[in-house]
Design a protein around this ligand. Structure first.
Ligand code: SF4
Length: 372
């Protein structure tokens, strides 16, 4: 018997890990046991093994930019350092011309394959703004996929438009929207949302809009923002709700757990959360996420954006298979002063090579563009 098998068998969570190695995902009770366990290296051993079994020694990434099209927002989330109220001096909304110029420059300089189109809840923007932007991008830059608008942005567009969210999704898809980022989920428990983002859509609304998107064949990512006021039980609920929806629709392509970055946010000023969750918590979240979603949600992102490249390299050994995007031009996280939020494709390739993996450049739908 190998030393590792002995370690697994003698662990409190050994039964869960052995089940995972045999293709049986943890159940809801197991989620809490995993979250309360300190056997993080063992979790990583198993989740890393499951990941390499599926993907080999390879990590994917997408050459993309984030287009934060507006910072105007009426939702006042306490964890956000990016937004400005309507009419504030340094508020902005990009024009179609500015959008075209940014995408054009990024295509020429970085050969991007994806625009991540995200912004505030701007009550002055009608559906036509988004339709025009997406049509422009897809027509003039057909190789560039549009990954955009979280469920809460879809919700605000629907209220501006006095239309249903499903109708808005259908029109946006016709205009060129290809997939939806999972932002705005935070933790899918309303008692948590009531503290950190009381004006944002509820958990049920987030799940409903995602289900509507999936029913229209618009795939999505799911996210989790941890490291603020949530308990382990709240994270259990979050995992459970996502697995329930995924079993029904199979519409999530990826899961992205990212840690809350408190700098410059109201939550930090109020003293609710003063520090980020740190590296060990990140590795634990990555490892548990792989165990929870193995065989259900195919991709797991390493989330370098709030934790840096070094942690992302470790995360790739603990169950992540995707490095995420280059995110040149990102402004939401950079408002928290959280490290550098500019990373070119070549730097990602170098970081992946440093851990002895091959780098797979992918498109918006996780199809291979080329290997490096
Ligand atoms: S997180 Fe999004 S919805 Fe919340 S305040 Fe910031 S921009 Fe607005």
């Amino acid at each position: 018997m190998s030393q590792q098998t002995e370690q697994i068998q003698s662990s409190d969570i050994g039964d869960i890990l052995e089940n995972s190695l045999n293709g049986i995902r943890p159940d809801r009770n197991d989620y809490l046991r995993l979250l309360e366990s300190d056997d993080i290296q063992l979790m990583g051993l198993v989740s890393g093994h499951l990941t390499r079994k599926q993907f080999g020694k390879k990590a994917s990434f997408v050459n993309n930019i984030i287009l934060n099209y507006t910072n105007v927002c009426i939702t006042d989330c306490k964890f956000c350092a990016f937004y400005r109220s309507p009419g504030e001096e340094d508020s902005y909304t990009l024009s179609l011309e500015q959008i075209e110029n940014r995408v054009k420059t990024a295509c020429n300089m970085f050969k991007i394959r994806q625009v991540l189109f995200q912004g505030g809840h701007n009550p002055n923007l009608e559906l036509k703004y988004y339709e025009d932007a997406f049509k422009l991008i897809r027509t003039k830059f057909p190789q560039v996929g549009v990954h955009g608008l979280s469920p809460s942005e879809i919700d605000i567009i629907a209220s501006v438009e006095k239309s249903s969210t499903k109708e808005v999704l259908a029109r946006l898809k016709d205009a060129g929207l290809q997939s939806i980022p999972g932002a705005g989920a935070e933790i899918l428990v309303d008692s948590v949302k009531d503290v950190i983002s009381p004006k944002k859509i509820t958990s049920e609304e987030w799940l409903r809009i995602m289900e509507e998107a999936h029913s229209l064949d618009i795939p999505a990512s799911a996210t989790m923002m941890y490291g603020h006021v949530e308990s382990n039980n709240d994270i259990v609920e979050h995992f459970y709700k996502l697995t329930q929806l995924q079993e029904k629709t199979n519409g999530f392509m990826a899961f992205i757990p990212w840690s809350f970055e408190p700098n410059n946010t109201l939550m930090q000023k109020e003293g609710t959360v003063t520090n980020s969750a740190g590296g060990i918590r990140l590795l634990k979240m990555i490892a548990i996420s792989r165990l929870v979603f193995d065989g259900l949600i195919p991709h797991l992102q390493s989330s370098w954006l709030t934790n840096g490249v070094g942690m992302a390299q470790l995360a790739l050994q603990y169950g992540a298979d995707d490095f995420g995007g280059t995110l040149i031009g990102e402004e939401v996280v950079s408002c928290t002063g959280s490290r550098s939020t500019e990373l070119t494709g070549q730097k990602i390739i170098d970081a992946i090579h440093q851990i002895g993996y091959q780098a797979e450049e992918r498109d918006n739908f996780y199809n291979t563009v080329c290997m490096h």
